[in-house]
Design a binder for this molecule. Structure first.
Ligand SMILES: *Cc1c(COP(=O)(O)O)cnc(C)c1O
Length: 396
């Protein structure tokens, strides 16, 4: 029985040809393809600025800095995310805290945020930046979050690493409400450059700062130079930056993939719709669907509903893996990691994220997944969940 991965990149002959073209060209990096990719991404997303970066982690780090985070700042994010959503604030010397999730959307809860802000306002400990995450590709509650940001004076950095292609109130994620939005093009994500990412913003000053930080804090733009211009060779370092550049090889792959973003998204939507149908009668909680937003369907995370089955997540997970189905778990709540526990966070601090984690399994979902593969996943899952009716089975 062949292995079904939880995620699988789609690389076509067109993608390979686009990469080969760059390999045969003069510039492997800092050439013309990166700006082409940035412009195409910005156009596709209805946003004025898109800045390509070497990873979403790099993008989050730079965007924190560009949005004014520094030593002593306070940054809040969701505990139900990948480590990078919180680590980026620590890179800047900020303090991190978390806001618990809404059990239905599994995204940062607006009611938990409101309560935490009320308390923080009384104590004088309001955050400087909030990093909401579009978990699994489902856009977070951007409008409500932005209203709170304007009321309490913090900025919003949307971690849309999962959400390339998703829409919120009819508009592409990355075009509105957040001060900046970060996308990941890691190979498991919905669009890939192997490693890579993009930061979008409508704010020209933020975009300019991102471009500076991406390349050593260095500029050659005549209008930006502070010292007298001695000649055409002049470059100036104006802030402490990094090498967070995407290569032209990667940008060519990304640009070629971007042309298929809608087709790949449609394939994911069809698979998600079919999972909903095929799994409807099982003791599972399926991903939320909200009328005002469309998920990218990066993930299809289900929860084992222990009120309707005695099967444990561990047993079901093992049965699926034993049947060559590459399930995964997203995410171990960040605050329970030893590194974060050492800062004083405790199990129990964010109970909704912990409860979600205890029951979660991400099922395979990728554009080239066949109906036969999907039926196999569902059949194995059905058997695993039905196993408590067969006392001889060890799995429950
Ligand atoms: C993948 C991911 C990142 C990091 O992306 P990289 O491109 O691998 O650096 C950050 N946040 C979330 C939510 C992710 O899933």
């Amino acid at each position: 029985m062949s292995y079904i991965p939880y995620s699988c990149q789609q690389v076509t002959e067109d993608d390979i040809a686009a990469v080969n073209d760059v390999l045969r060209s003069e510039y492997l990096t800092q050439g013309p393809v990166v700006p082409v990719f940035e412009e195409a991404f910005a156009r596709r997303h209805g946003v004025s600025h898109a800045v390509a970066v070497s990873s979403a982690t790099a993008g989050l780090h730079m965007a924190c800095l560009a949005l004014g985070v520094g030593a002593g700042s306070r940054v809040w994010t969701s505990p139900n995310s990948f480590l990078a959503s919180a680590n980026c604030a620590l890179y800047c010397g900020a303090a991190v805290d978390f806001v618990d999730i809404d059990p239905r959307t599994r995204n940062l809860s607006v009611s938990a945020l409101t309560a935490k802000l009320t308390l923080a306002a009384q104590r004088g400990t309001l955050p400087d930046l909030l990093i909401p995450v579009d978990f699994g590709g489902l856009p977070c509650d951007l409008l409500e979050i932005r209203e709170l940001a304007d009321r309490y004076g913090f900025r919003v950095l949307q971690d849309a690493s999962h959400a390339t292609g998703a829409t919120y109130q009819g508009r592409p994620v990355g075009s509105a409400h957040a001060h900046a939005t970060v996308f990941s093009f890691h190979a498991v994500k919905v669009l890939t450059t192997a490693e890579g990412g993009m930061v979008t913003t409508q704010d020209p000053a933020v975009a300019k700062q991102l471009r500076l930080l991406r390349s050593h804090g260095m500029t050659r733009e005549a209008g930006d130079l502070q010292n007298p211009v001695e000649g055409p060779w002049v470059y100036e370092q104006q802030t402490l930056g990094f090498n967070y550049r995407l290569t032209d090889i990667q940008a060519a792959l990304g640009n070629s993939q971007l042309r298929r973003l809608d087709a790949m998204h449609q394939a994911r939507i069809a698979l998600a719709d079919r999972y909903d149908e095929l799994l409807a009668d099982l003791p599972l909680l399926l991903p939320a669907r909200l009328p005002d937003r469309v998920s990218s369907w990066h993930l299809f995370p289900v929860e084992i509903d222990e009120t309707r089955t005695s099967c444990t997540r561990a047993a079901v997970f093992q049965d699926l893996r034993a049947a060559q189905i590459g399930v995964n778990v997203h995410y171990i709540p960040i605050h329970t990691q030893p590194f974060y526990a050492a800062m004083g966070f405790r199990a129990g601090d964010f109970p909704a994220a912990e409860r979600y984690y205890a029951r979660a399994i991400s099922l395979p979902l990728f554009p080239a997944m066949t109906q036969a593969q999907q039926h196999r996943v569902v059949d194995v899952l059905r058997d695993a969940l039905g196993a408590q009716d067969r006392p001889s089975q060890l799995s429950c």
